[in-house]
Design a protein around this ligand. Structure first.
Ligand SMILES: Cc1cc2nc3c(=O)[nH]c(=O)nc-3n(C[C@H](O)[C@H](O)[C@H](O)COP(=O)(O)O)c2cc1C
Length: 340
């Protein structure tokens, strides 16, 4: 069999992708949806990870999840589906369903989400009872031939990351991502990359480091922690070009026109993927927090972009920065000639 990325069968998805340079798009609930993943993948992200999906919801919740969180965009190939849950049999069934519905490249277990509604059912809660997580990984592995990985924080309120990573590797995790904060820290303080380095040195499986990487330069510096690659989350919102810089070495900063065009493309991908809402039109509301981040140097656009409802609103707001109309050059020439 030939794989789209030119590798042969037999090696795991993660091993194949890690043979290339580049960085990984982080799972981010409310952000790493199909349109964001598509833009990151086009710019060379090694792989992308879906927003977390409840294993229970997937198994017991009918078909609703099929339509949004897990659904791939047409042609999506390098997308890992992240599941959260706490019951091995449910996780195993969720893996089977995710594989049938979502065509994932690999499956990942969420062990880092500190949001209360998730805690009782898994997420970072598993850092307090890691033996449950080991059983979950074993159950997931038993349900698929795809790679199974886990994404952890350093611990619940103290750093237990080496012990937990070793347990996960022994349970069969093909890769471990470490967000260098405890669950108690949530997103405060700075990610502890020394702790991430200790994990990378203590397990034989690849470790991906996550936390506070905002630029290609920072990503390159973080590789010194001995990680196989870095994951980028918040730093990739409105900035898919960070993946191009790391995949190809082309660190050229996009100009305002490319930024504006990509923001508009994001809006169009969003409309195409989600389709009309109850009002009969695709809603841009979920993008209100994202679009201004494409144009950090145009703060004057912010007020308009945080109020958009339709693709047309987005286009109108960005119009001054999109490509000039074909006759604009002629107009400029005419103005220049008349000034002579
Ligand atoms: C809004 C938001 C949503 C997130 N959702 C998830 C998630 O669904 N699953 C997960 O494993 N991590 C999630 N994370 C954590 C990120 O994947 C990442 O580990 C963390 O943000 C640190 O990386 P960063 O500084 O590059 O953003 C989320 C983070 C943010 C900010």
């Amino acid at each position: 069999m030939r794989y789209p990325d030119g590798m042969t069968s037999g090696s795991s998805f993660y091993a194949r992708r890690l043979a290339q340079p580049g960085a990984v798009l982080a799972p981010m609930a409310g952000y790493s949806d199909a349109p964001m993943r598509q833009l990151a993948a086009e710019q060379g992200a090694l792989w992308t990870v879906s927003e977390m999906i409840s294993a229970r919801g997937l198994v017991l919740g009918g078909e609703s999840e099929k339509l949004t969180l897990g659904r791939p965009y047409p042609g999506e190939t390098r997308r890992v589906v992240q599941l959260f849950g706490a019951e091995p049999d449910i996780l195993a069934q969720a893996v089977t369903r995710a594989e049938a519905w979502f065509a994932p490249a690999a499956l990942d277990l969420n062990m880092g989400c500190p949001v209360p509604k998730v805690r009782g059912r898994g997420g970072a809660c598993l850092l307090q009872t890691p033996e449950v997580a080991y059983a979950l990984v074993q159950a997931m592995r038993g349900a698929t031939r795809l790679d199974v990985s886990a994404k952890i924080r350093l611990g619940w309120d103290t750093d237990r990351s080496v012990e937990i990573a070793q347990g996960l590797a022994a349970a069969g995790a093909a890769l471990i991502t470490v967000h260098g904060r405890t669950s108690a820290q949530r997103y405060t303080g700075e990610a502890d990359w020394e702790a991430i380095a200790r994990v990378a040195a203590s397990v034989a499986v690849p470790v991906i480091g996550s936390g506070d990487v905002r630029s290609a330069e920072q990503a390159r510096a973080r590789l010194q922690a001995g990680v196989a690659a870095v994951m980028i989350g918040r730093g990739a919102v409105g900035n898919p070009w960070v993946f191009r810089a790391l995949a190809t070495g082309d660190g050229a900063a996009p100009g305002v026109r490319e930024r504006a065009r990509t923001a508009l493309r994001h809006a169009r991908l969003h409309a195409a993927f989600y389709g009309p809402d109850r009002s009969g039109l695709p809603s841009m509301r979920p993008l209100r927090k994202v679009l201004p981040q494409y144009l950090p140097e145009q703060p004057e656009l912010r007020d308009t972009l945080v109020q958009v409802n339709t693709v047309e609103d987005v286009e109108r707001a960005l119009a001054p920065f999109l490509a000039p109309e074909p006759w604009a050059g002629e107009h400029e020439e005419a103005v220049a000639a008349s000034a002579m």
